[in-house]
Design a protein around this ligand. Structure first.
Ligand code: HEM
Length: 154
């Protein structure tokens, strides 16, 4: 991941989502604290063992949300959430737990208006991820089946 220092947004730089303003610093504070909570959570710390470099993950996810909220990209980053989540064992139960910790973190750091908006966006994104995860599972399992069938007939 490469970043040009001059592209990094000032921590007070504002973006606005549906009329609700967010500073880059607001996003960073939420993400930083959220992943600290994740590392302390007995259930979610398990799938997150794949993260080798936490400061980098936090930076990457801060950027993800910044861009998602309409901010200018400042990292050369490519996200592949469907594949990563599938192999991390993403499921509804983990998602519910993830969202609950996320929403607590939002309330700690943001105004009620900001927290309500981000909560809604995260729930929608969770639904989207869930659906894509299910579709990917079907594709993955049917491919697995094809391989077994092929080897059985040859
Ligand atoms: C609304 C809910 C969620 C959102 C918006 C979200 C978002 C993301 C994003 C954008 C990434 C980065 C993907 C990339 O680097 O290409 C990521 C990584 C990851 N997420 Fe989630 N996630 C959610 C829920 C979950 C849940 C429930 C789990 C539990 C399994 C999870 C586990 C992970 C893991 C293990 C990584 C990969 C870390 C790594 O090794 O790089 N996420 N997530």
């Amino acid at each position: 991941m490469k970043m040009k220092a001059q592209d990094y947004p000032a921590e007070n730089e504002l973006i606005s989502v549906n009329g609700v303003p967010f500073r880059h610093r607001d996003i960073f504070n939420v993400i930083d604290d959220f992943y600290t909570r994740i590392q302390l959570d007995p259930v979610l710390q398990v799938p997150f063992r794949s993260v080798g470099d936490w400061p980098e993950h936090i930076q990457r996810l801060t950027h993800f949300w910044w861009v998602r909220f309409g901010g200018k990209p400042y990292l050369f980053n490519h996200y592949n959430p469907v594949l990563k989540h599938f192999f991390a064992g993403f499921n509804r139960e983990l998602l519910t737990r993830w969202l609950s910790i996320f929403h607590e973190t939002l309330q700690t750091h943001l105004t009620p208006e900001q927290a309500t908006l981000w909560k809604l966006v995260s729930e929608r994104m969770g639904e989207g991820l869930s659906m894509k995860n299910e579709l990917f599972r079907r594709e993955y399992e049917s491919r697995d089946q094809d391989i077994r069938t092929d080897s059985g007939t040859s």
